[in-house]
Design a protein around this ligand. Structure first.
Ligand code: SF4
Ligand code: SF4
Length: 86
C-alpha cells in the first residue's frame, strides 16, 4: 500500500528530501507548483519505505489503508495529481 499525503500538509518539503523514490510532487520547477495547495505521493512509484512519515513535522502522511476516516478522499487526490501530468 502506498503512502498518502493528507491534511494538514504545509509544503515544507521535508518529505521530498528523504524520499528515495523521488515520487513526491510538485517540486518548485514543476508546472503545477504554483497552483498546488499541498504535495502529493505518486502511488505507482512509492516503495512504501515510510521514511517520509517520520520526516513530516505535521503528521500529514499516512499509509493508504490507514488514513483517518475524514481524509480517505486524499488517496484519490494524490493519485489524480499524477494522472493529470502530460
Ligand atoms: S513511503 Fe518512501 S517511497 Fe513512499 S513517498 Fe514516503 S519516502 Fe517516498
Ligand atoms: S513533510 Fe509533511 S508538511 Fe512537509 S511537504 Fe511533506 S507532507 Fe507536506
Amino acid at each position: 500500500m502506498p503512502y498518502v499525503i493528507a491534511a494538514p500538509c504545509v509544503a515544507d518539503y521535508s518529505c521530498v528530501e528523504v524520499c528515495p523514490a523521488q515520487c513526491i510532487a510538485p517540486l518548485p520547477d514543476d508546472a503545477a507548483f504554483d497552483r498546488a495547495e499541498q504535495l502529493f505521493i505518486d502511488p505507482d512509484r512509492c516503495i512504501d519505505c515510510e521514511a517520509c512519515v517520520a520526516a513530516c513535522p505535521v503528521g500529514a502522511i499516512h499509509e493508504a489503508s490507514r488514513l483517518p476516516e475524514q481524509w480517505t478522499h486524499y488517496r484519490e487526490l494524490n493519485a489524480a495529481h499524477f494522472r493529470r501530468k502530460p
